[in-house]
Design a protein around this ligand. Structure first.
Ligand code: ADP
Ligand code: MG
Length: 552
């Protein structure tokens, strides 16, 4: 046996270890993620050294991670064939924690009740390796550095004040970590338990991971591949896997950028029509957040706005640290930026699809268009709201029935100087075209969008403006018509005489009393005898009518 050295942890490290070991109750399993990602880092480093033609111990050993659990011995073992550590590196990397980080951590928790020190705080300070102390009463680390001729060492700690280092024999290149589990953590020695956790955190890690000899991670990280290399079968399989569904994707969107931050995103829109469950605002966003293929968060509600919850997929960003806490995932500037970029790109993507294949887009719009309406009314920024509204489609008085246009197309044919985009809510084209409101606009040769869904009227009212033009219901517009006067056109043979009109208006005023604010003579109608105009809340009328009708 080799003589062993005993080392004390730095004072701060020691205090920190106590806190770490005692405070993570609910998310103990994250130690597996941390150890896997350390192994994966060590393998990446070795891969890099191989490419740069260095002398490497056991150069032929394949790059792999092996996890073994033993329910009788209550041990968890993880072994990699990565870069390994020398004695100095073990002291440096496993015996100390960046001073500033641990100091700040301790300052933060000094006054706090220990039970408040939850996984969030721990996560923020990135104590990856030490997370293994939460579940262990003893941790042994065996490591053989890649440097030829460098001896192997065993590092061992009882997870409290000190650790020992001694030379070791028979260690293969890389690092092997053996956790002797604590009494309340014996579950982590069970293969069934591990299978789920390993799958959850590392399905896409780039090197093979074996659990008790069986391959555990199998799915390729498609989002990191070149779009050209991915076949539609691969997309289909991947979509089914991540979405936990059995149909096909109708759209896929693959996006890569390195500025303003590193993003690799792969999103899918299902072929199936949204279910009641999909429509519910309670439903989470179905996007999983990764950093370098290691899962950070499933159902990452903060990386896309809620109204895009019908999109299924993954986002990977190297800029997001593994240990980012849940709170920071909620509202860090980084996540906000990520959400902003992704929302923007998705809107662009849908706009392109609408141009590229109109029929396909209209099918999608009929199934998923409600989410866009939700987006408009739930987004605070007017600019984004207007971008979403470009995706809406309506029939128009200037188009054949069945043909639908967007606000951009309407705006593009507006005559110079015109400020209003007109719409009319009506249950059908027939009723819209025979409406007295429309008759008046037709006489003026104005294009009118027909809204057959009552909620569209509320959406456009809520939107207010598009491209500096006002969205106006023609039921409102008509209130200030210049053709409303007090005198009849005496030259018109079909018209009432002035005194007849006066008598009629007096009679109507008497009957209607203060139920109307005014009664006037109008010349704007052609075939209708009269028109009722409503100054305020007029556009909500159809909506109320239909909802009340539904209720009764
Ligand atoms: P981080 O991974 O954020 O650096 P950790 O506490 O997880 O912090 O790990 C500390 C350091 O220990 C790593 O940076 C690395 O140098 C070393 N290390 C941990 N695990 C391994 C391993 N399996 N192989 C080689 N080095 C390792
Ligand atoms: Mg780490």
């Amino acid at each position: 046996h080799w003589p062993s050295d005993t080392h004390e942890f730095q004072a701060e490290t020691q205090k920190l270890l106590d806190i770490v070991a005692r405070s993570l109750y609910s998310e103990k399993e994250v130690f597996i993620r941390e150890l896997i990602s350390n192994s994966s880092d060590a393998l990446e480093k070795l891969r890099y050294l191989q490419m740069t033609a260095n002398d490497i111990t056991d150069a032929q050993t394949p790059l792999e991670i092996h996890i073994a659990v033993d329910d009788s011995k209550k041990t968890f073992t993880i072994q990699d064939t990565g870069i390994g550590m020398s004695k100095e590196e073990m002291i440096e990397n496993l015996g100390t924690i960046a001073r500033s980080g641990s100091k700040a951590f301790l300052d933060k928790v000094k006054d706090a009740n220990l039970s408040d020190v939850n996984s969030n705080i721990i996560g923020q300070f990135g104590v990856g390796f030490y997370s293994s102390f939460m579940v262990s009463e003893k941790v042994d680390v065996y490591s053989q550095s890649y440097k030829p001729g460098s001896p192997a060492f065993k590092w061992s700690s009882d997870c409290h004040g000190s650790y020992e280092i001694a030379e070791a024999e028979g260690v293969q290149r890389g690092t092997k970590i053996v956790l002797h589990l604590k009494g309340d953590c014996y579950d982590f020695a069970k293969e069934e338990v591990l299978k789920e956790v390993v799958k959850k955190y590392s399905n896409f890690v780039g090197v093979p991971i074996y659990l008790n000899g069986k391959r555990a991670n199998i799915v390729q990280a498609l989002w990191l591949m070149e779009p050209k290399e991915i076949t539609s079968d691969m997309h289909e399989e991947f979509y089914r896997y991540i979405g936990n569904v059995y149909d096909k994707p109708r759209y896929h969107f693959h996006y890569k950028t390195d500025a303003p931050l590193n993003i690799r995103a792969l999103f899918y829109v299902p072929e199936y029509k949204p279910t009641m469950f999909d429509m519910s605002r309670e439903t989470d966003v179905s996007v999983t957040l990764y950093s370098r293929k290691v899962m950070i968060m499933a159902k990452a509600n903060t990386v896309l706005p809620k109204w895009l919850r019908f999109v299924k997929g993954v986002v990977d960003s190297e800029d997001i640290p593994l240990n980012l806490s849940r709170e920071l995932l909620q509202d860090s500037a980084l996540i906000r930026k990520l959400r902003q970029v992704l929302t923007n790109r998705m809107l662009k993507f849908f706009t392109e699809q609408a141009k590229k294949d109109k029929d396909r887009y209209m099918d999608f719009y009929h199934d998923y268009g409600l989410f866009f309406r939700e987006g408009i009314v739930t987004t605070p920024e007017q600019e984004v709201r207007e971008d979403i509204s470009k995706l809406l489609r309506f029939e128009s008085s200037k188009c054949a029935p069945g043909e639908m246009i967007g606000l951009e197309e309407y705006a593009s044919r507006m005559k110079a100087g015109k400020r209003n985009i007109f719409y009319l809510s009506a249950p059908s084209r027939e009723l819209a075209e025979s409406s007295p409101y429309f008759e008046a606009m037709k006489k003026r040769d104005e294009e009118v969008l027909f809204l057959y869904e009552a909620y569209d009227e509320l959406v456009l009212m809520n939107l207010g403006q598009f491209d500096k033009k006002f969205l106006k219901s023609i039921e409102n517009e008509i209130v200030d018509d210049k053709e409303d006067t007090d005198t009849v056109d005496e030259k018109d043979e079909d018209s009432l005489r002035q005194d007849e009109a006066k008598t009629l208006m007096e009679w109507m005023r008497g009957v209607l009393g203060n139920q109307v604010s005014n009664i006037k003579i109008t010349k704007r109608l052609v075939s209708h005898p009269c028109i009722i105009t409503v100054a305020e809340m007029g556009s909500a009328r159809h909506f109320l009518r239909t909802t009340l009708a539904d209720k009764s």
